[in-house]
Design a protein around this ligand. Sequence first.
Ligand SMILES: [Zn+2]
Length: 390
Amino acid sequence: MPDPRKSSLSKRSIALGAAVFAVVAPLGLAAPANADANFPSPNGETNISSILSYQDTVKELQKIESNSRFDVDAFTLQEAGTQVSESEQGRDLYVATAGHGPEDVWLQGRIHGNEPYGTDSLLTLLKELGANGSADYDLLREKYTFHFIPMYNPDGSEENVRQTILWDQETNAPQLDAKGNQQRVDLNRDWTLEGFVANESLAYYEYWTMVDPAFGVDVHHQGLKKEWGTGDDVTLSLGISLAPGGPTLPGIENGAYDVLTRQMQVHVYDELSKYGAFNIDRYQVGDGMEIDIKGGVVSAMMLGLNYRGLNADGHRNPVVFFETSGNSSDGSLGQKSRGKLIRQNVLALKELLLGMASGEVQQEDPERWEEIPHQPVTGYQTDYAGLVQK
Ligand SMILES: [Zn+2]
């Protein structure tokens, strides 16, 4: 079905593409053939040559938009009409929508610039939603309108660092503090009443208030991780940024998100455990500590943060996050495991979305969150009260 919004945006996109993206190398999205390299390598084989750049990402978004059978719309936040719409270094921030259902779904990746596969995974899923005519994808398109943010942090991605760097656009140089140091902001701690230090935060926050999604997923990477108790390599950790049963989440919406977020992750765990290639556990921050941060983007969504009156109606929505193993810090990413890890993320996203659409997720037993491998919980690492013992 043609999207009435598509033609004008496409023209704009084509003009932009010709002007800015003339020197982009072809994308290497094919999975590597080597089936032995199932896990990221700890042996310094990190090769970031295939990591998608900002320009690769924009080019791929535009390609998906023009080639899709079903409605895909790629646009900038400037086109969406947010007051702040560029990164600190002045890059346009991109979103793509797919599907035409009544409920909106927020899918973001690479808020940490050195955590690359959220971008690849979301672009792959977007491409499927635009092209795949199977019953599964029909259901997703009928039920939901998806908002893809494949590269939340383009500046950090270009620098291969976690944060964004506060930038003086007039001098085109980093803003320096009194001691002459760069000021870097972790965008996943910046959605607080005292925060919104970086442009990216306010831009996406305002877009979130325009969308009012029903739920969301945030795709990250962790380093190489061993399963507690067995020592097996972990390929994916399932996370909830306000700990289930912890100090915060049970108090939101009478505990509804405490239940639903666990059901979401239990469903992903069950579906992906059917594939022998993946080993999944729960995300923890070490020594049995659970994460309980309020300034994380997806936490602030669950808390219904109202900054500058932009969320005056108090919208809130549940969100879970995925932590793919390996990142692009040296020695932490096996080039050969790339295809497998991206496939794993895409499957996790697809199964979660299908489970939500079909109602299977809502039927899961939330107590089975305890069955997902994890170290016994000793306490909570917070961004508001330090370490809190259980
Ligand atoms: Zn991260």
